[in-house]
Design a protein around this ligand. Structure first.
Ligand code: G6P
Length: 592
């Protein structure tokens, strides 16, 4: 969600650095943006509605400032509501990610004290609150930190915020919930909502923890405990990610690039993740029960794991969406294992699930793509996906990376890791072939036939059921076509009423024990006029179009993920949608 970037240092190009930083955070999803810098003892500000993509900044040279991409929650998408927001004195510029739940009460108090408001946002109350606290703290040591601690304690909800203090020539930040990362560089300090925006400047990062406050100057970063008010010794991480992996590398969109990276990522996991799979399998053996949790695409990977462990290792694993976990966690205890799945490691519903699980003494494993993220730090056994930065809002390579690790783990659990490796490698090879032998072009042609349709259905059974859900999610997220995935056997219990002559239906039909039954489901749809697109190793008369796929056994769940990704990408292009930044969506959902 909202992107935050700040810089203080010796160089006078703060506006350009901030603009470039915000561009790196675009993928998080936003609808307006703004920047504030210090100029001759005052704040110079610009705010805009719309995309930052090709924008340049007219702000004058400065050595300190901050910027924000806003994903609207309180107040419409307007220039007035875009951040930064100023206090009455013009000394403070505030940007914010999250929701100040008690903003109405605070606003009433501040209005009664004579403060003037210029926006409908909850964020603006922070600027005015801090203005009062700074006045009260004047003359104290660390007065900016202490004032921010006092203001921050008055905010309810999960909030990450950053402040430009014109008078002291410093930035300050505080957080609960949403992530904030601080960067250490020579004669400069940075802050951002995501490490990927900082990597070109520094790899030396401090992850601000909940209820901590930071003050940044060109000399470095100070961190304080907001509960005790005391100064802390911040931990500095040396991040190993290569920033150059986060560019387009000749592709038109990150979605296309990330789809094409899948064979490499999956091969890498097959070759190098054996020890992680063994470790996760051992944790599962030691535990009395295993629970998988994730949101969106990660939830589909977790559900797919339920099938994989049942089939490959005869082991049951529980599954819940992150947002539902709180209603299903009562049986967990110190013998339980929870494995959280998350690309970003910052999805609030997943983090809340893990915090609740930890209160019950649960052991926590994680499959997570972002080193140093909140989930990475919370988990007892974090396993990095190694998929590299995923910039498209839609999850593609992080999905198949999770599936690959989970498949390996299921085989490791059954003491057949080598066989698991071969299965995953064969699937990666087939994905590579599909991308280069003309079948990707077939998916584009299918997209041409379908792009004006209003509805699209996808069916699969067994391990192909979560794949049907994931296919539907990809298509609706990026093309805005109404797409629904179903368990093939559930069709006749209601869904079939929706089939009309010409309704397209994707049928996922690998050569496993679901094959005959899923073709019967396809027949039922076809008998009502449905247009059947079969993803299957074998042709069948029920298919109006056959998308051939090699039979890769248990690796089919990896291979079946690919054609719908390519279809979704082309549907988006044909409908004039931006595949990397779908409307209303955010890459990392850090508010409830
Ligand atoms: C958002 C994204 C989805 C993603 C989900 C979970 O909703 O739009 O693509 O699957 O968050 O994200 P995570 O980072 O936890 O995997």
């Amino acid at each position: 969600m909202c992107g935050i970037f700040g810089y203080v240092g010796r160089c006078e190009d703060a506006p350009q650095r901030i603009l470039e930083g915000l561009k790196k955070l675009e993928y998080r999803g936003y609808d307006s943006w703004g920047i504030a810098v210090r100029l001759n003892g005052n704040a110079a500000i610009e705010r805009h509605v719309g995309k930052i993509g090709l924008a340049s900044t007219m702000l004058p040279a400065s050595e300190i400032g901050l910027g924000h991409t806003r994903w609207a929650t309180h107040g419409a998408v307007t220039e007035e509501n875009a951040h930064p927001h100023l206090d009455c004195s013009g000394r403070l510029a505030v940007i914010h990610n999250g929701i100040v739940e008690n903003h109405q009460a605070l606003r009433r108090e501040l209005l009664a004290r004579g403060h003037l408001f210029h926006s409908q946002t909850d964020t603006e109350v922070i600027a005015h609150l801090l203005e009062d606290e700074l006045r009260a703290a004047a003359g104290e040591a660390d007065h900016l930190a202490q004032a921010l601690i006092c203001a921050f304690r008055k905010l309810d909800g999960l909030n990450a915020l950053a402040v430009l203090d014109i008078a002291s020539h410093r930035l300050a930040a505080a957080k609960t919930g949403s992530p904030l990362v601080l960067g250490w560089a020579s004669e400069a300090s940075y802050l951002a909502s995501d490490p990927s925006a900082l990597l070109e400047h520094t790899r030396r990062l401090t992850f601000l923890e909940d209820n901590q406050v930071a003050v940044l100057s060109e000399g470095g970063v100070q961190v304080f405990d907001a509960t005790l008010g005391e100064r802390l010794d911040p931990r500095i991480w040396d991040i190993t990610w290569q920033p150059e992996l986060a560019d387009l590398a000749g592709y038109e969109h990150f979605m296309a690039k990330e789809i094409h990276e899948q064979p490499r990522v999956i091969h890498q996991i097959a070759a190098g993740w054996g020890a992680h799979a063994e470790q996760l399998a051992e944790l599962m053996r030691e535990a009395r029960g295993t629970y998988m949790v994730g949101c969106g695409t990660a939830a589909h990977a977790a559900l797919a794991a339920q099938y994989a462990f049942s089939r490959i290792a005869a082991r049951h694993v529980n599954f819940a969406n992150g947002s539902e976990f709180a209603y299903l966690e009562h049986f967990l205890n110190e013998h339980s294992l929870v494995i959280a799945l998350s690309q970003s490691g910052e999805t609030i519903d997943v983090l809340d699930s893990i915090r609740a699980a930890k209160k019950r003494g649960v052991t926590v494993g994680a499959l997570v793509n972002v080193e140093g993220s909140s989930l990475y730090r919370l988990a007892d056994y974090p396993v990095l996906l190694g998929a590299g930065p995923e910039r498209c809002v839609l999850a593609t390579k992080s999905f198949t990376a999770k599936l690959a690790i989970l498949l390996l783990t299921a085989y490791a659990f059954d003491h057949r890791l080598e066989e698991g490796r071969e299965v995953v490698q064969r699937a990666a090879d087939e994905i590579q072939h599909f991308l280069s032998d003309g079948r990707a072009e077939l998916m584009r042609q299918i997209a041409e036939q379908l792009y004006q349709r209003e509805h699209l259905y996808i069916i699969g059974r067994g391990p192909s059921y979560p794949l049907a859900l994931e296919a539907a999610l990809k298509i609706k997220e990026v093309s805005y076509i109404h797409a629904e995935g179903f368990a093939g056997g559930e069709l006749k219990h209601g869904v079939i009423a929706l089939i009309e002559p010409g309704t397209p239906c994707l049928v996922i039909a690998p050569k496993d024990e679901t094959y005959t039954a899923i073709l019967s489901g396809a027949m039922e749809v076809k008998a009502r006029g449905g247009f059947i697109i079969g993803l299957s190793p074998e042709p069948d008369e029920v298919f109006d179009i056959h998308v051939p796929l090699a039979d890769v056994g248990e690796g089919a769940m990896l291979v079946n993920a690919l054609p719908p990704q390519i279809l979704a990408y082309h549907l988006a292009l044909l409908r004039g949608c931006d595949p990397d930044k779908p409307r209303n969506l955010a890459k990392s959902v850090t508010v409830k």
